[in-house]
Design a protein around this ligand. Structure first.
Ligand code: GUN
Ligand code: FE
Length: 421
């Protein structure tokens, strides 16, 4: 048992930011036991860490990130999706045939996740099983709750980054078999997107999903080009999401749909039917996709909305920056297309970044009793000329902060030290 004293900020629900000054939070076996305004008598002998007027908040969840693209962040951001993939991304990903290169990058990537307070993530690897296994095993040992995928691509891909359908299925099955029983880092089926996956491959992956009770992550209705290409290749389907439904990929575990920017009514209906999570990746949306998600509209329609960094379509690994960007983009969308779009409050963006995103991984993403203490301590952003409320410090941190503003990090109640990213 341990007690922490500080101000607390966490999400109570979609538009509800809870902000409490000077609280004692009791953590037992890595889980929040209770929050108290006064320290209860029974805890008077328990070790107490006092963070004063700093703010404790839940750690962030990144529901869409490409670990192998970490070395290319901030480069080639003047291209749109297809050209960006062909020119920068596919050659970069081909390098992970070399396990030593992979290990060097993945260590830096994980350091950056932890430095930025992202302790739960849905991660794309590459088509290479050995490199992706290294990534998953390191995430398991760091106790980072995560879904990690060996990527599948068997058509319309360069020779240096394409598998045969058979090899792709074999590699995926071995990966699922090896890691299905993991506690923290779990395998997830990861067809890159419909333009690089034959339907035979997707159907085969659907069979594996059923056998291993594995969910799926992919890019869904990300751009107009991608969604029309998906349907052109699969004429029996009238929308992108239906392709994965027909392949039997949506019924075996969690479904994580990155982007979901241009969904038809049918895409929305199918994603909701399977309880899928749509992931807004605000920076990536501006950098390589040129489309803005209708966040308020989709949330009103009952779609579960979360946030992703989409490194390296997005250039920043920090999910707190994406929460700020989500508010900004909702305002742009409402300004240019006022019908059925409106700005979202900061509380909603913070909910996506913490409690709603965390729901995919279990009891993480809040400080409420019963949640795992995966938490950050950030500094009080007050200045001599303006005192801030705790929730204002959190909002300013999301807009202007960086790893240096995070004073402490806890994973399941254990302190983790930052690196140098
Ligand atoms: N669509 C297919 N592959 C990718 C990728 O690597 N990044 C993004 N943002 N979109 C994709
Ligand atoms: Fe992506």
């Amino acid at each position: 048992m341990r007690i922490f004293h500080a101000d607390l900020v966490y999400s109570g629900g979609r538009d509800q930011l809870i902000s409490r000054r000077s609280c004692y939070i009791a953590v037992e076996n890595g889980t929040v036991e209770g929050i108290y305004g006064e320290l209860p008598e029974k805890y008077s002998g328990v070790p107490l860490t006092d963070y004063g007027s700093s703010v404790i908040l839940p750690a962030f969840s990144d529901l869409h990130v490409h670990a192998p693209q970490y070395p290319q962040r901030g480069l080639g951001m003047d291209l749109l999706l297809k050209d960006w993939l062909d020119t920068y991304t596919f050659p970069q990903e081909a390098r992970y045939a070399d396990p030593e290169y992979a290990a060097a990058v993945y260590e830096a990537f994980l350091r950056s996740l932890i430095d930025n307070g992202t302790f739960h993530a849905c991660v794309f690897g590459t088509i290479h099983r050995e490199a992706t296994s290294y990534l998953l095993e390191r995430m398991e040992s760091l106790k980072l709750r995560s879904f990690v995928g060996k990527v599948n691509m068997d058509i319309q891909s360069p020779d240096f980054l394409r598998e045969t359908t058979e090899d792709s299925l074999h590699g995926t099955e071995a990966f699922l078999e090896q890691y299905s029983a993991n506690r923290y880092a779990k395998p997830v089926i990861t067809p890159r997107f419909a333009p690089t996956c034959s339907f035979a491959l997707l159907k085969g992956l659907g069979r594996l999903g059923r056998k291993y009770h594995a969910g799926m992550q992919t890019h869904l209705v990300e751009s107009r080009w991608e969604s029309s290409e998906a349907v052109r290749l699969n004429p029996a389907c009238s929308c992108d999401t239906e392709i994965y439904e027909k392949a039997g990929l949506l019924e075996n575990g969690p479904v994580i749909a990155a982007h979901f920017i241009f969904p038809s009514e049918k895409d929305i209906r199918i994603l909701k039917k399977y309880g899928g999570f749509a992931v807004q990746c605000p920076d990536a949306t501006v950098n390589v996709t040129a489309g803005i998600m209708r966040t308020a509209f989709l949330a009103d329609a009952g779609v579960r909305l979360t946030l992703g960094s989409d490194i390296a379509g997005g250039h920043l690994p920090a999910i707190y920056t994406q929460a700020a960007r989500s508010v900004q983009l909702s305002k742009l969308k409402a300004f240019y297309e006022p019908e059925r779009n409106r700005p979202i409050p900061f509380a909603h963006a913070f909910y996506m970044a913490t409690k709603e995103g965390g729901a995919l991984f279990g009891n993480v993403g809040s400080l409420e009793p019963g949640y795992e203490f995966d938490a950050l301590v950030i500094r009080d952003f007050s200045e001599p000329f303006r005192k801030l409320e705790p929730e204002e410090s959190v909002e300013r941190f999301c807009y202007t902060g960086g790893p240096g503003d995070i004073l402490a990090r806890y994973i399941r109640g254990e302190s983790v030290t930052a690196g140098r990213s």
